[in-house]
Design a protein around this ligand. Sequence first.
Ligand code: SF4
Length: 379
Amino acid sequence: MAFGVYIHFPYCLSKCPYCDFASRAEKVIPQRRYTEAVLRELETRASEFAGREAVSIYIGGGTPSLWDPPLFAQVVREVRSLWRVRDDAEITLEANPGTTDEERFAAFREAGANRISIGVQSFAPAQLISLGRKHSPGDAVHAFETARRAGFRNTSLDLIHGVERQTRQLAARDAASAVALGPEHISCYALTLTGLAEEVPMAKAWQRGEIELPDDESAAEMGESVRAELVKGGYARYEISNYARKGFESVHNTLYWRGGEYAAAGCGACGFRRGRRYANDRSPERYMERVEQTGKGEASFEEITSEQHLRERLFTGLRLAQGVDLDSLSTDLDIPVRSRFVNEIAQIVRDGLGELEGSVLRLNDRGLDLHSEVSLRFF
Ligand code: SF4
C-alpha cells in the first residue's frame, strides 16, 4: 500500500476571509519552536508507521514557503532518516505569491523539494480583492517564474472560481492565463462557504446577505468553462478538480484518493494508518504544547472499520477519472464489493453517470460533477 508523509506549516502573511484551514497570520512566526515540535512528532509517528517506504512528502499550510529554509531542510532530512524515501519521491512545497524570492526557492529546491504548488487563485485584480488576497496577478506570475528559475520542473497552480461578481468569461480567462504560463498541473476549486467554521468571515457575511455569490448553476457553468479551457490547453482532468499534463498527476493526493496510508505532523494535520485516523490540534500554540508534553499533537482519533474504509475508498476513488477497480478493492478488503453494491452500480450506469468496464467503475464528466450525490448512494 502506498505511503506518504504530510507536514503542516500553519503560518500565513494574512488570513484570507474564506479560509477554514488550520492557518494563522503571525507577525513573528515561532520558527524554531514550531520546527522542534514537528521534528519531535515525526520521531513519535515513525514507530506507528514503521517499515513503510514513502512515495511522497507534502508540506502544506498555511504558507510553508514562509518556513526558514534551513529549518525546512532539517525537517526533510528528518523524514529521510526516519523512513525509506523512494529515489523518485514527489516532494511538494506549497507557496503563496508574495512569499517568494529566488534565494528562498533555490534553498527549498536544494533541501529536496521537487514540486511546488502556488496559490494563485485568480489573475483578475477584482477577484483577488473579493477573495481578500493580498497579492497581485503580477506577484503570481513572478512566483511561477521564480520557481522555474530555481529549477522546479513540476509546478502546480491553484485557481478558485465562483467568486463574487465573477462571470463565466472571467473564470475562463483565469484558466487561459494559467495555461499560458505552462505549469505541469492546475487545480481548480469552486469557492465553498457552506459547512465552514462559524468564525470564517466570508461565510458569515454571505449568511447575512452582505455578499452575493454566483448561484449553483452559474458556478457550474464557470466550472465547465474552466474545464474547456484547460482541456484545450492540453491538461487532462484526472480528478474532479485537478488537471495535469501526462505523468504529472499529484502522487501525494492520489495516495489519499486511493486509500493509501500517511503519517502526518504539524498543527491541524491528519494522519491515517489502516484502521485508525488521527487529527492534530488546529491551534498552533496548543499543538506545540501537546507535542512538548506527549510527543505528538493529536487532539482526536477515530477507529476505521473495514466497512467504513470500503465506503471511503469508493467515495475518494470515484473522484478519479480512472475510477475504482472493484475486484482489487474486494481482494484488498476481503469484502465482495460488486455483489454488495450490484444495484447502486447498475443505477449509476443507467443514469448515464459512469460506466463499468471489466471490474473498473468510473464516472464520466457529468458523474464527476455530481460526485457527492453519486457516491452517497454507497452509504
Ligand atoms: S494563504 Fe491559504 S492557508 Fe493562508 S489564510 Fe489564505 S487561504 Fe488560508
